[in-house]
Design a protein around this ligand. Structure first.
Ligand code: TXA
Ligand code: MG
Length: 344
């Protein structure tokens, strides 16, 4: 199959491309499209066969449910059972990088929910995503548009790299604004539970819902996550990766980098702007200023994929404290490195 890549300008949206995308979705085909978090691989969320294609194309484990993307609150009420007061409070963050899990309605094919009785819903803010869902006039099921296990794609080139020849259309809206996936919160039971931290942090959600809790697995790395997708190896670059956290992280990275270089390995370094000069002899990508976690989360997946393109054998990365956005970032980084982390 030939994969078309069609550019759309967010400021002046090309309706023809949106119409083409919506037609494909309605016909049961797959379309990759930008959202403010990462690119999604979309299919009609009410068409079980189309959703099956998502699983095949991504090589996604069948027990990992999909998120349905909506373009209005009205759409929500057809897809879910009870909507609790707490969920209504969080709806003020919609449209935006927040996914809520509800009891599902009968309309939803089993494959979307991986056979479970709950469904994840997100109302994205990105204008291109919004127009596409509105034009298709059906909820769009969309996981991140990567082959399962790889870092999520934050631009059309990264989608093309993974899915070229496998899908008919990629809508190219340029780089995703946020760069890490939405916060997933289970609202289907009495106590709201954060299953995946994202742009909206635990600390932030707690200000709206003081009784929100973090899934056990986000507190203790040894616990099994409640969200199926969180238990798999994930976000993994091709290179081996190791993370270092603490005051002496940079010194340790420096030593190991030289050691590995002497062994003939190509070393990639991910560190903060003030340390970059030290690593001139290596392939480096900057995480920006340590105080700007927003930038770090924006660049993380893009940087991991860039490391792959550069063909590095080993990535040595500086991590951060697991507070606020740091928790969401470290959630991704630890999975990328398969838990290979050193605290100094
Ligand atoms: O930002 C995002 O959320 C992106 C964009 C494309 O919207 N999508 C995304 O989808 O990250 P995906 O499939 O890569 O991750 C969805 C996560 C997985 O960890 C999955 O297990 C979880 O949400 N999830 C989906 N439905 C669920 C459900 N009913 N109960 C619990 N977790 C669920
Ligand atoms: Mg994903």
């Amino acid at each position: 199959m030939k994969t078309l890549v069609k550019k759309v300008n967010r400021e002046n949206i090309n309706k023809d491309v949106i119409k083409h995308g919506a037609e494909l979705i309605k016909k049961g085909e797959l379309v990759a499209f930008p959202t403010e978090t990462v690119y999604g691989l979309g299919a009609s969320g009410l068409n079980g066969r189309a959703c099956e294609k998502i699983f095949k194309t991504k090589n996604r484990p069948a027990d990992n449910p999909l998120i349905l993307h909506i373009s209005s609150i009205d759409m929500l009420y057809t897809l879910v059972g009870e909507v609790r007061e707490d969920a209504k409070k969080l709806m003020h963050l919609w449209p935006g990088p927040l996914t809520m899990v509800f009891k599902k309605s009968k309309l939803i094919p089993d494959i979307v929910t991986a056979g479970g009785d709950t469904v994840a819903i997100r109302f994205p803010e990105d204008r291109i995503a919004h127009e596409l869902i509105k034009e298709a006039n059906i909820p769009i099921a969309a996981p991140s548009a990567n082959i399962s296990g790889r870092p999520s794609p934050t631009n059309a080139e990264d989608v093309y790299y993974d899915l070229e020849g496998k899908i008919p259309l990629i809508i190219d809206g340029g780089p995703s604004n946020i760069g890490i996936e939405s916060t997933v919160i289970d609202m289907s039971e009495e106590i709201p539970t954060i299953l995946r931290p994202g742009f909206y942090t635990y600390e932030y959600i707690r200000e709206i819902l003081p009784h929100v809790i973090l899934d056990d697995a986000l507190v203790d790395d040894k616990k099994i996550p409640k969200s199926p997708g969180q238990k798999y190896r994930h976000y993994a670059p091709k290179a081996q990766m190791k993370i270092f956290v603490g005051f002496e992280a940079s010194d340790r990275i420096y030593d190991i980098a030289n050691e590995q270089k002497n062994l003939g390995k190509k070393v990639g370094i991910l560190t903060f702007e003030d340390k970059i000069d030290r690593f001139k002899d290596f392939y480096t990508i900057s995480f920006g200023q340590k105080s700007d976690l927003r930038y770090m989360s924006h660049i993380l997946f893009t940087a991991l994929r860039q490391m792959d393109r550069e063909g590095v054998d080993i990535i040595l990365a500086e991590g951060v404290n697991e507070k606020n956005l740091g928790k969401s970032i470290m959630n991704r980084m630890k999975k990328s490195a398969s838990g290979n982390i050193e605290y100094l």
